[in-house]
Design a protein around this ligand. Structure first.
Ligand SMILES: Cc1ncc(COP(=O)(O)O)c(C=O)c1O
Length: 385
């Protein structure tokens, strides 16, 4: 019999989530909003140290609301991490903003704060309007360098948004991920560190921003007994049933992170140093959740164009033939056809993000993985390189 497919990062459910879903059904709050949404938001705000949190249909919706709140429109500039999923940049693009992408720091894989400073300083020197926002992405469970980014953003008065879609539970100098800037977003889609089946959270140390986002996410309805709208909003709220799943998962976050880190350790024991394999470094300033175990497969190819290196494709194919899902690292935004006219700020030479994309591979990292399965996956990787 064929082995069951091993997915990249499937959900890891126990009875706790189901118990809360049953409770939500029993209360008959089968609606957007309801007690589970309130409980999920409070528990999330407590865990992240935020003043408030607003549960939404996705993290993308959260970024869109922040773009609206900041009044971003045609002709504005938004600066964003280059190595990310398109949702970090998409909502600004929809509003006609011009995107500028920032190369990664090889020590963290997150955007390089020195390049952010250089970008802002250059704009200021040339008398250009400064960006309407900086979107810093916490990649693969690791926080960006918050202190350096915050210093730079305060100096130039640029609002800082943390795209913490991938970093729930990570720490920066002891502080929770997403705890800087004007606001942050988290994602609970199917493969994230916790899932609610789909959903997101906008959270902030500033409850006014969260309250504005909440009103906007509910069609911007004013607090009147009738339907009153001073402006046009969105329908971005999370449903009560979805929140019950998220709440159940949130209660298990520590256990999930411990498993993710253990799985990373199993891969490292088996693969580090073999045929030039290395892993995403853990920044000295924090603790990475290892939401995904991401490896670099050193290859002799110096420029594989805008596709992963032949070595990465060979390993992906070999894993797929064994019914195992793995994926390349995010394709940098500046290589995306849709952003071909956007500027990338790098330190010169081949951008770091291009190398990470060429040589990077995200290995299966689901919490249900056994050591035997990691052994098998590692064996296939070793045989293919
Ligand atoms: C960095 C990053 N930002 C944003 C998102 C979007 O999250 P969602 O699917 O909840 O809209 C994702 C999820 O894939 C992501 O990885």
């Amino acid at each position: 019999m064929a082995e069951e497919r091993i997915f990249l990062s499937p959900p890891w459910m126990t009875g706790e989530e189901m118990k809360l879903v049953r409770e939500a059904f029993a209360s008959n709050y089968i609606a957007p909003c309801g007690p589970m949404v309130d409980r999920f938001e409070s528990a999330f705000a407590e865990l992240t140290g935020a003043a408030a949190a607003c549960a939404l249909s996705s993290a993308t919706a959260g970024i869109d609301l922040l773009a609206d709140i900041l009044g971003i429109g045609a002709g504005d500039t938004v600066v964003c991490s280059d190595l990310t999923f398109i949702a970090s940049a998409g909502p600004f693009s929809h509003r006609g903003a011009r995107l500028v992408f920032i190369d990664s720091d090889p020590a963290t894989w997150n955007l390089d704060p020195a390049l952010v400073e250089e970008t802002f300083a250059g704009m200021s020197r040339r008398g250009e309007p400064l960006p309407k926002a900086l979107v810093a992405v916490d990649l693969y469970g690791q926080c960006a360098d918050y202190d350096a980014l915050e210093t730079c953003c305060s100096k130039y008065r640029v609002p800082l948004i943390i795209d913490a879609a991938e970093s729930l539970g990570a720490r920066y100098r002891g502080r929770p991920s997403g705890s800087v800037g004007i606001a942050a977003v988290s994602s609970f889609n199917g493969n994230k560190i916790i899932t609610s089946s789909g959903g997101g959270m906008l959270f902030s140390g500033n409850s006014e921003i969260v309250n504005t986002a909440r009103r906007l996410s509910q069609q911007s309805r004013e607090p009147f007994p009738w339907y009153e709208h001073a402006r046009v909003g969105y329908n971005y709220r999370m449903s009560n049933i979805v929140a019950a799943i998220g709440l159940g998962q949130l209660g298990r976050l520590d256990e999930i992170i411990a498993r993710k880190r253990r799985i990373f350790g199993w891969y490292r024991e088996r693969l580090e140093g073999c045929g030039g394999i290395s892993f995403m470094p853990e920044a000295g300033y924090g603790e990475c959740t290892r939401w995904l175990t991401v490896a670099l497969l050193e290859s002799a190819v110096t420029d594989s164009g805008d596709v992963p290196s032949p070595m990465v494709r060979k390993v992906l194919d070999a894993l797929d033939r064994s019914n195992i899902e793995a994926r390349p690292v995010w394709k940098p935004m500046h290589l995306q056809p849709v952003f071909r006219d956007c500027r990338l700020v790098g330190a010169g030479g081949t951008p770091v993000t291009e190398r990470l994309f060429a040589d990077g591979i995200c290995l299966p990292s689901g919490c249900g993985l056994t050591e035997d399965q990691v052994d098998r996956i590692s064996g296939i990787v070793k045989e293919s390189i």
